[in-house]
Design a protein around this ligand. Structure first.
Ligand code: 0O2
Length: 256
């Protein structure tokens, strides 16, 4: 079952207006007249930049607190027009800028990939403690995988962006998953497109079984997490001892 913390708040005017301008020609009702953005939505790009920088800070902080950063990589994107039109059509909605602004929540998206599943929830906790980022909803497909086997934690965040002398909240969908979940989702995404969302039954069964294997891999890897952490502590102690023996000041232990 999907867990919702809040209903999404309606898009603030600034975000809504920016989306309408970026997706349609002035005075025209047509969405994406040339099958692409009229111009890339600037507020969403700013929101992604802000979030990427904040995640980088958290990553650095984590590295200095724990000795290792559990974040493997971060990828940000503005949603492709074709994907937006596909989403609206699947929701049975007219392709209008108003529907885009109201019903498509992942125009700005960021994916954070981790080595270990526990760290996804630790980052969620860190995000929840911040005053600048507001969590609008959480969909936990890790605790409650989708019927096809898809696992990931989805968050909808309201990210502060300066626009016209005031701060407005811009929605960004954050997907957090492990390397194993990411591998599975990438392959499944390719198959979905290849078969126009009607994956043949035998392949769907294979995917379910692969999702189970990815889940088992994540559980096995969790056992190694404590080893990685204790190794970092040991390395740190050894580095301090070596440095002290050499008569030097505090070593910089956290450089890449
Ligand atoms: P792209 O190219 O990433 O833009 P909902 O199911 O509607 O209640 P959800 O799952 O949060 O809520 O929303 P949605 O719109 O279905 O999915 C948002 C994004 O999550 C998708 O974007 C995918 O990136 C990812 N996703 C969700 N479900 C699946 C899945 O079953 N398999 C895979 N591989 N990815 C999924 P888009 O629109 O697909 O494309």
């Amino acid at each position: 079952m999907t867990t919702y913390t809040h209903r999404p708040s309606p898009p603030e005017d600034a975000e809504c207006e920016a989306l309408k301008e970026a997706a349609g020609a002035p005075g025209s009702k047509q969405l994406f007249p040339d099958k692409r953005w009229v111009h890339i939505p600037g507020l969403h790009v700013q929101a992604l930049d802000y979030l990427k920088t904040e995640i980088e800070h958290i990553r650095e902080e984590w590295k200095s607190d724990e000795g290792f950063s559990p974040i493997e990589h971060v990828k940000a994107r503005i949603k492709e027009p074709a994907s937006i039109l596909d989403n609206l059509s699947r929701m049975g909605l007219e392709p209008t800028a108003a529907n885009l602004a109201e019903h498509v929540h992942d125009v700005a998206g960021i994916r954070i990939v981790f080595a270990f599943v526990t760290d996804i929830y630790l980052l969620l906790e860190r995000i929840g403690r911040r005053g600048d980022l507001r969590i609008l909803w959480i969909k936990d497909y890790i605790m409650n995988p989708k019927p096809n086997g898809y696992r990931s934690l989805h968050l909808l965040l309201s990210v502060p962006v300066e626009s016209g002398g005031r701060t407005c909240g811009v929605r960004v969908e954050v997907q957090m998953r492990t390397l194993a979940m990411d591998f599975w989702a990438s392959l499944e995404h390719i198959l979905l497109y290849k078969y126009d969302r009607n994956v043949p039954e035998h392949l769907a069964a294979e995917l379910m079984s692969a999702a189970g294997a990815a889940g088992e891999l994540d559980s096995k890897m969790l056992g190694l997490r404590s080893e990685v952490l204790s190794l970092s502590e040991e390395e740190e102690r050894a580095a301090r001892a070596a440095h002290a023996a050499a008569g030097n000041a505090e070593p910089n232990l956290h450089e890449e």
